[in-house]
Design a protein around this ligand. Structure first.
Ligand code: PLP
Length: 383
């Protein structure tokens, strides 16, 4: 049996008629950059997040970057985030001239450890960016409390968590702003690049709207230096159709996670992802932890099961960030998890049969691997 890591085609097949009709509308009206389809999506997405405002931009990276710029973060400032995210979280900080400062994550949730936050704050700190990793919100109450005490903005990196909730509140509305990616593989994915900023602040939304459109206050009158980060009309139209399905897709992800959990509970040599009591998790990824990851993944691939690694190298150890001078050993939880995490196949259209097959193969491998000490010694696995 083949179980791909992700199957965008399977999803497209279920909505192709709606998508076709929406795309035709965009073509017929030639509203390609920004325009009514983007505005319509912004309205719907704000409602979905139970927020006042949403702004469509070019990508999740630009959502983070423009939010920081709009809040006045720049050279000489520090912004605190976590080292076990996609590099874009730190890049957005660097791109506005500020310095990323990392705090380690909690060993069970792998999201920002609030107990480590306060000691990372300096007089230069301007904002905190917790990451709702894999679809589970970070522990926001203590983070927001500490940020408030020091007058810092909290910007949620919600790029993996569309529709997730923290104690019943949708992510994106827990701090000053929430930043979303609509990269095709995300829970809500466009058919190209796209991102969004969600906020309850009128001032912030006005500024992000201007920044994404060359700092224009009215046509060809520029109040500030901005850039071109408009969302395409095609993406607005696609996202508007797909948003109508997001809740049921997130429910399907939760059912798949529950089945993986049921089938893999109590298996030696494997750590299951935790689900916090405060969280409505949306399982962008279902991430287990194992030893001998490379051999484990290669053996699964031989059986038609494709997994991912999110992420193999923590940001502070990436070549791009060597200049920060943060060596190995600084963030032990993030560093250790980077060596152990394996993302099992996860997307709404997965079938129960596929999940059962993955679970059976995972169990068989771990049993065999355990007995042999390491899969590397099993010649038939070819690794
Ligand atoms: C995907 C992602 C981003 C970047 O989004 P793009 O749309 O690819 O620019 C940022 N942060 C996290 C945690 C992500 O998963």
């Amino acid at each position: 049996m083949n179980v791909p890591f992700l199957d965008l085609k399977a999803q497209y097949d279920t909505i192709s008629d709606e998508i076709g009709a929406a795309l035709t509308q965009v073509l017929v009206s030639t509203a390609f950059c920004g325009g009514p389809f983007v505005a319509g999506f912004e309205e719907d997405f704000a409602l979905f997040c139970r927020a006042q405002y949403a702004v469509g931009v070019g990508s999740g990276t630009e959502a983070l970057w423009l939010t920081l710029v709009a809040l006045g973060v720049g050279p000489g400032d520090e912004v605190i985030t976590v080292p076990n995210s996609f590099i874009a979280t730190a890049e957005a900080i660097s791109l506005c001239g500020a310095t990323p400062v990392f705090v380690d994550v909690h060993s069970d949730s792998l999201t920002m450890d609030p107990n480590l936050l306060e000691r990372a704050i300096t007089p230069k700190t301007r904002a905190v960016i917790p990451v709702h990793l894999y679809g589970q919100p970070a522990d926001m109450d203590p983070i927001v409390d500490i940020a408030r005490k020091y007058g810092l903005h909290v910007i949620e990196d919600a790029c993996q968590a569309h529709g997730a909730e923290y104690n019943g509140q949708r992510v994106g509305t827990l701090g000053t702003a929430g930043c979303f990616s609509f990269y095709p593989g995300k829970n809500l994915g466009a058919y190209g690049e796209a991102g969004g900023v969600v906020t309850n602040s009128r001032k912030l939304v006005d500024k992000v709207r201007m920044l994404r459109d060359h700092g224009q206050s009215s046509k060809y009158y520029h109040a500030m230096i901005g850039m071109n980060s408009r969302m395409d009309g095609v993406q607005g139209a696609v996202l508007r159709v797909k948003l109508r399905h997001l809740t049921s897709w997130n429910h399907a992800r939760n059912r798949h996670a529950a089945l993986y959990r049921k089938l893999l509970t109590g298996v030696d040599g494997l750590v299951l992802p935790t689900q916090k009591e405060y969280a409505h998790h949306v399982y962008h990824l279902f991430v287990i932890r194992v030893q001998h990851r490379q051999e484990f993944m290669a053996a699964l691939a031989e059986r038609g099961i494709i997994c991912g690694i999110h992420y193999p190298v923590p940001i502070h150890l990436q070549d791009a960030y060597l200049s920060l001078g943060l060596g190995k050993g600084r963030f032990p939880v993030a560093e250790r998890s980077a060596e152990e995490v394996v993302s099992l196949p996860m997307y709404p259209e997965l079938t129960a049969e596929q999940i059962a097959y993955v679970a059976d193969e995972v169990k068989a491998l771990l049993r065999y691997g355990e007995a042999m000490d390491t899969y590397a010694r099993i010649p038939s696995y070819g690794c």
